[in-house]
Design a binder for this molecule. Structure first.
Ligand code: NAD
Length: 278
């Protein structure tokens, strides 16, 4: 697996302190919002590739169910309740991953609120920024000292095509997701002296329970079959005309976490079926 860093293959050119000269170990991964959807899927994908995953979620029971399911499949998984807006919770989660926190942090927790700005409740606006932008930043802040001690770390933010383009009525979501890219560029510069990278993946629609609920709601609202919502609303802006799958996202995270991606930092990767190429 790309995620297994091999001492034998490293060669001496990298010097004694090179991260390539560490003993072979699978990555220890912390995923936020892993009780459901994309976070759960990425955690499962990485567990299947030999990583030890810690599933965290505001919904502690959902994270625990996910971890139990992965263990039943023979994988290494634990879980923790974690509200990414709680500094105490963040500190406890990093401390729980002894020693030195995660090798790979996946900032995935997120939520949506759809309303024109004039009708957007201030508390909801602040909540979306608190979870998706400040939460990702504070968790990264807490994970960095351990990554620096090990001279290795990977941070992957789950952004969105809304990190790159906008849709009406999603001002807080679009602002938070755009913010992740600027945040990652800055931290990329601050960590350039060591083998730590931070990047943002930008998916268009992924068929998670969240999106399935949106399809059903739109079909009811417009009085049309669900398949028409999928074809005419969801997949229309995607030239490839297919939902992005969890496996595709897992594969991109795996690549970004690997040694060959050590010079990819502060970047974003759109996984959007061509949406933003138009
Ligand atoms: P989801 O609702 O299935 O999962 C989100 C998870 O985040 C939930 O388990 C929820 O409990 C958790 N969460 C919410 N607030 C939290 C908090 N304060 N602390 C910790 N956890 C919290 O949604 P999803 O579709 O899997 O979305 C996951 C991420 O992917 C989000 O950041 C979302 O913006 C992004 N995304 C989703 C899609 C898509 O099509 N589904 C597309 C692009 C980006």
């Amino acid at each position: 697996s790309l995620l297994r860093r091999r001492t034998e293959e490293a060669g001496s050119a990298h010097g004694e302190d090179s991260p390539l000269n560490r003993p072979t170990t699978a990555l220890r991964v912390l995923v936020t919002g892993a009780g459901s959807g994309i976070g759960l899927g990425i955690a499962g994908y990485l567990a299947g590739r030999g990583c030890a995953v810690c599933l965290t979620d505001l919904d502690a029971a959902a994270a625990a169910r996910g971890a139990t399911d992965l263990r039943a499949r023979g994988f290494v998984a634990t879980s923790l309740g974690l509200d990414v807006t709680s500094q105490q919770g963040i500190d406890a989660a990093i401390a729980a991953l002894e020693p030195d926190g995660p090798d790979l942090l996946v900032n995935n927790a997120g939520l949506q609120h759809v309303a024109p700005l004039e009708e957007f409740p201030r508390e909801r606006w602040e909540m979306l920024i608190a979870v998706m932008l400040t939460g990702s930043a504070m968790l990264t802040r807490a994970a960095l000292p351990g990554m620096r001690r090990r001279r290795f770390g990977r941070i992957v933010n789950v952004g969105s095509i809304h990190s790159l383009v906008a849709s009406p009525f999603k001002s807080a979501y679009v602002a938070a997701k755009h913010g992740l890219i600027g945040f990652a560029k800055t931290v990329a510069l601050e960590t350039a002296d060591t083998d730590i990278t931070i990047n943002t993946i930008c998916p268009s629609y992924v068929l998670t329970p969240l999106v399935e609920a949106q399809i059903a709601a739109q079909a009811r609202a417009h009085g049309i079959p669900e398949q028409r919502v999928v074809d005419e609303v969801m997949l229309r802006p995607m030239p490839k005309h297919a939902f992005v799958t969890i496996e595709e996202l897992g594969g991109v995270v795996e690549f970004l976490a690997s040694d060959v991606a050590r010079n990819i930092t502060g970047q974003w990767i759109a996984v959007d079926g061509g949406w933003t190429s138009q």
